[in-house]
Design a protein around this ligand. Structure first.
Ligand code: FES
Length: 102
């Protein structure tokens, strides 16, 4: 079952969008033509990735400057060691959707 997170034009290439749905906080990214969704909370601590620094396919956490590869969720710079949860984003009728149970 798909859940709509936002309209595609709400996400800019410079700034991830935080979306809360059913008690979960997501970060929505657009890189090139692709949309990506990760958990918004950093796996290392209280940092929010939607407030981080975007660098190509990587997001830098604003709290301790750890980094993750957005498409895979894998940590790429310390102190982050645990992968982010990621969801496959689909754009349907201009809306970014995920299957939260994925
Ligand atoms: S909370 Fe994100 S790097 Fe520490």
């Amino acid at each position: 079952m798909l859940t709509v997170l936002c309209r595609r034009d709400e996400v800019s290439a410079d700034t991830p969008l935080r979306v809360e749905r059913d008690g979960m906080a997501y970060a929505v990214f657009v890189i090139g033509d692709g949309y990506y969704v990760t958990q918004d909370e950093c796996t290392h601590g209280p940092g929010l990735l939607s407030e981080g620094y975007l660098d190509g396919e990587e997001i830098e956490c604003p709290f301790h400057q750890g980094r993750f590869h957005i498409p895979s969720g894998q940590p790429v710079a310390p102190p982050c060691t645990e992968a982010l949860r990621v969801w496959s984003a689909q754009v349907i009728d201009g809306r970014v959707c995920i299957d939260p149970s994925q």
